[in-house]
Design a protein around this ligand. Sequence first.
Ligand code: ZN
Length: 416
Amino acid sequence: MKILQNPWPNPALSIFEQAQSPLTLESTSGKFTIDPDTNLRMYVCGITPYDATHLGHAATYLTFDLINRFSRLIGSSVHFVENITDIDEPLLERAARDGTDWESLAQKETDLFSRDMEALRVLSPEWFVPATQTMDLVDQAITKMEEGGFVYLVDNDLYFRTSLFLSELPISEAEAIAIFRERGGDPDRAGKEHPLDSLLWLANKNDEPGWSSSHGFGRPGWHIECAVISLRYLLGENYLAGDSTRSALIDIQGGGSDLIFPHHFMSAIQVKAMTGQQFARGYVHTGMVGLDGEKMSKSKGNLVFVSKLLAEGIDPVVIRFALLQSHYSEDRMWSNEILDSAQGEVERIRSALSRNEVAPTAELGTEIISALSQNLDTPKVMALLQSWVKATEDGVIGGSTGELSRLLDSALGLAF
Ligand code: ZN
């Protein structure tokens, strides 16, 4: 797979004079703001392309799309990087199960992901970077960490000394070990110095794919992949030197709440080991999406895929609208009723926007921007829109639909 710049076309965004308020976000490391003069560096953990994009993915990328859009609307410059984990255990397992080769599977699913994102009007990342194209970066990063004494060998595999950063754990050590075990870690491996030490480089075994490096033939661990891709593509070629002009190297590290630990914690301490600096100013996480009262997961086989909804003829605006009804940080449930209700709401808004006389819009625009600026309060935006539709249906006049349509399109990605 190739490194891609702006992998899918971006729609044009309008600029709004009244949109001057900074964006305040609540992250796992506290509140922080994005100001109009912020040169925003945002990294969002991408997919492992062994299956299609499900609604949990869509909800996550939609959230960072709102941050991207709002930051642009207030005039900040946005640098947004996303990775593709195109070499990992689940991908190899799925390819073996389906009797296909892992590279074609990764390419096919990444292409499908890009089409889904374009249909949902998610602005494309500036850089979309497959892990397989970063072996030299990983190699350099491991060498730098070795020089600092952060690396040791177990058999032929390289491990990172998480034990040097235990005081930074967001949870107790026992809890951390339990979660690490659940989420793909190997706390019980013999020969490790500490259960939480994480894999940096896996020596080649059997006939699995591998790459030559100064650390042997093999492939990188997951956390180091995101650490180096984010730094290289947001800071530039000299990324291992850090950036002394900033207190944290990037502004946002983002992903689903299942990445808080271990993935984002591990990436952050590896970045600190490489550069001596704090990784992100804010860690922003999105809630999980369930289906009909159950957790949505590949093991339960109840994933709802975006491409399947689109193939059934569901308007992408309806999917986007339905996902925006919940707050990004909350876990939420998906159901056919939510989709049907969103369909009805979208039709009502379209009908209201097509009238010659509509309820006042100037204040509504200001209120929508204000709600978004406060940690992306989309439920409030939806309530404001509903009141406006109701007032319009009741015959209240005095507004103009042009400005409102442009705002909904630019700020929320809703092209009615
Ligand atoms: Zn990641």
